[in-house]
Design a protein around this ligand. Structure first.
Ligand SMILES: Nc1ncnc2c1ncn2[C@@H]1O[C@H](COP(=O)(O)OP(=O)(O)OP(=O)(O)O)[C@@H](O)[C@H]1O
Length: 406
């Protein structure tokens, strides 16, 4: 079994606390991705799981066994680093075989294991080559092969693709996904800065920030139901726009009076006590569309960026505040300098207690479900499904921050 439990895990370097109170349950066979801003402790957490860093406080269990003081070699894990760290004077096969030789395995066992790994990673034609005669992507595959030959229960990846160019990154990412599919009972934990890797590889993403876990969830759950403004702006690119305003009308849907005079109808229920509450309306650039009707945002386009399939429109680039960005399908260079009116489906809008947390009320289902169920522009029926994961965050009748990002 390769399930992991982290209980109140903390890490300090001297007086500096890098991670605190990390509680995390990882099920056997899960693909977990750690993301978060630079320096938030992603690699440190991974290295503590690997046994390369001492755990300052709390407990780590792997397969039901406390691992805090167990050396890395006895944890049933293998780690793949950003730098492939291959031995330059050894062939691909010898690089992969090295740990098995040290472990005293027989020649037959080693040949079988390296043949198998070579086949899984399409390295068979290169087994007798030296690393210098391989591409970056092939070298990283050898590094992964070195992990595979040991047949660990848990694979740890620390930004394995960040040294590769864009095309190789995509190809190797797909190989890692296929590798995982071929080993459904093996657990993988993966650190990355790359949103696409996180969104496509993960069963669940763990967002780390400020020394703790900001949110854990399936990729689309984080995208559709971020629990704080931080997560809302961290997941998704370009980041979610936040438009300040106040709750104007409460009810099954909420009317928000935005600063500057516009209004937005949001498919999130509010109660009498929420009246006049300061809020931020969250709207993703890709959810905005040009309208002739009532806009939630209206301004002059400062800049356009045509990316081929989409055009990014920038507003307020000269202001002190963060620019507002809209992402429209197609090519629209003609919009530069024009005043445009933008709206968004009420089900696609997010509402945050100003500063931090999402206003969930009676636990609307993920917005993507509501959006696919409701015709565009229609408010549909008010969703009432219970929120399984964030249930403890729902405060009946009150708009309450869920607390600071831990
Ligand atoms: N050996 C060390 N001594 C002191 N501080 C350290 C040590 N190793 C890491 N840190 C600090 O711990 C914090 C977390 O580092 P870590 O490398 O885990 O972050 P990260 O999220 O992986 O960052 P990045 O995304 O930039 O790789 C950083 O502030 C770093 O400076």
């Amino acid at each position: 079994m390769a399930d992991l439990k982290l209980r109140h895990v903390a890490k300090s370097y001297g007086d500096v606390q890098v991670l605190r109170d990390i509680d995390l349950d990882i099920t056997s066979g899960e693909f977990i991705v750690f993301v978060g801003p630079s320096g938030c402790g992603k690699s440190t957490l991974l290295r503590m799981i690997a046994g390369l860093e001492q755990i300052s406080d709390g407990e780590l269990q792997i397969g039901g066994r406390v691992m805090n003081d167990i050396p890395p070699s006895q944890r049933g894990i293998a780690m793949v680093f950003q730098s492939y760290a291959l031995y330059p004077h050894m062939t691909v096969r010898d690089n992969m075989a090295f740990a098995l030789k040290i472990a005293g395995q027989s020649k037959e066992q080693i040949t079988a294991a390296t043949d198998r790994a070579g086949k899984m990673l399409q390295l068979t034609p290169y087994l007798d080559r030296l690393p210098k005669a391989l591409s970056g992507g092939q070298r990283q595959r050898v590094a992964i092969g070195r992990a595979i030959v040991r047949d660990p229960q848990v694979y740890l990846f620390d930004e394995p693709l960040s040294n590769l160019d864009a095309a190789l990154r995509v190809a190797t990412r797909i190989e890692i996904a296929q590798l995982k599919a071929s080993m459904p009972d093996r657990t993988m934990i993966y650190v990355t800065h790359d949103q696409t890797e996180a969104m496509t590889l993960a069963d669940r993403i763990v967002v780390l920030a400020g020394g703790g876990i900001a949110q854990i969830g399936a990729p689309l759950e984080l995208y559709e139901r971020p629990s704080t403004e931080f997560v809302a702006q961290f997941i998704g690119s370009p980041a979610m726009n936040l438009l300040p305003g106040r709750v104007k009308t409460v009810g099954a849907t909420t009317l928000v009076a935005l600063d500057g005079g516009l209004e937005a109808e949001v498919a999130i229920p509010t109660r009498a006590g929420d009246q006049d509450m300061p809020v931020n309306l969250g709207v993703r650039p890709e959810d905005m569309r040009v309208t002739e009707g009532t806009p939630v945002f209206e301004s002059t386009v400062d800049l356009t960026e045509a990316l081929g399939e989409v055009t990014l429109l920038y507003f307020g680039t000269n202001a002190d505040t963060v620019p507002i960005i809209a992402k429209l399908p197609g090519i629209h260079p003609d919009l530069k300098g024009r005043r445009v009116r933008l709206t968004a489906d009420p089900h696609a809008l997010h509402l945050f207690h100003k500063g931090q947390s999402l206003l969930y009320r009676d636990g609307p289902p993920p917005a993507y479900q509501a959006r696919t169920a409701a015709p565009s522009g229609s408010m549909g029926s008010t969703p009432t499904a219970p929120d399984e994961r964030g249930g403890d965050r729902i405060e009946e009748g009150l708009i309450k921050p869920v607390g600071p990002v831990r």
